[in-house]
Design a protein around this ligand. Sequence first.
Ligand code: ADP
Length: 461
Amino acid sequence: MFIKRKIDFNSLKTRLILGISILSITGLTGVAFAMSWQMKNRLIMSHEKHLNNLAQQIPNDVKIYQEMYSPQQALDKTIKSYSSPKTLLWIKTDQAKITTYSDNLSPEITTVENITDQPKIFNISNQYWLMCSLKISFDEKNLQTIYVAQNINDDQLLLNDLLKTLFLIIFLTNIAIIYATSTYICLALKPIDNITKTAKNISPDKLKEVSLKFNQAPTEVRKLALTIEELLLKIGESWDNQEQLLSNVSHELRTPLTIVSGYLQSLLRRGDNLTKTQKEALTIANSEAGRTVQLLQDLLELARADSGNIKLQMEIVKLSELLREIIPMAQQYSQRQITLSIEDQNINIKVDINRFKQIFLNLLDNAIKYSSDDTLIEIRVSKKEDIIIEIEDHGIGIPLAYQNRIFERFYRMDEARTRYDSGSGLGLAIVKTLVLAMNGNISLISQPQKGTIFTLKFPYE
Ligand code: ADP
């Protein structure tokens, strides 16, 4: 299929190629025209001398013949003595009457206008003639004009052939120059394309391993690529430090907060003499402490995944049994109806069981959270090229504009932020990280106010 690609006139590559092409075409074509002009002049000059000599010798010869013959006979004899099939002569009086002429002279030649004392090339009946004229007075009374025509057809055809070859060579040289420079420019700028492609696909944890291929590149591009590599290395190091810091901070905060949460819970259980307001305050403090512990737990998890420290214990299990175990866990805190339909009860899947449960509890928790109590949540399992698991709710849905972003860390839709304030926006980021770590894939289809389908794909076992 032909794909129409738009030319980007702002690109350095296009500008360089166009600039060099225009320069080479105009330069070489100019040289060709100058050469052709020069060759044509040389051709005229080589015959010009002969014609001038001829025109100047004729009056002398006429005088010599006049000593023996009448004036008209002297003219006839002189003209005939110089005539040949390739050299024709004729004499015109002031009244434009041809008095004397060569035997082979044809009327087309004598009717040519604009013959001057400067030799000029004329094409008459597909033959090239070089012609000039000379004003002369034989009898000191009447002024006459001698016309000389020299057939230069062979030379002119040779010159035309030479010019055709010259223009063909120039045309082919232009194509070769444009092709060679385009190839060179593309090769020279390829490292810049490599930098762009690499930068697009680079993930934060791979910053330090980036290698931009620039062996054949010119020095300037090599320097740029080298500088970018060094820059990425530094960013990679600072990213590592940041991850390490995040992981340390999360770890250090989680332990004391877990203890605080434990004390608050025991205080709430045993605090019979607490007032209603104190109980309410302790309940809020406990739930906020619990939420923060969960948040720290999530951050720790993501930091581990980023540094490649996520440990998975992959096992082959029966998917139907695993899902039947997970559903009651999700229903523990809500009475929502969750249905399960499996195409083949014997499908096996290779996953880390605990992480798989974590993924599903997260997705089911969202499905419960973002749909009303009277709606159904459906889980469907089917077999195609992969194992496909769909989780569908009939809740608030996710507008198209947000669908790409909800797997980002801390990303929450404004609507969800105001109405369902318990989340942190880390759940789906963790889900995606875990699914990818288990060689799976996650995507979604959603329609606002109709519901959402999260689709997970895992390879067969
Ligand atoms: P949160 O803790 O806010 O639920 P998540 O990462 O799990 O964080 O989800 C990110 C955002 O994606 C949520 O704030 C919500 O706006 C949206 N979302 C996730 N699942 C659903 C769903 N099933 N229906 C509608 N919106 C959802």
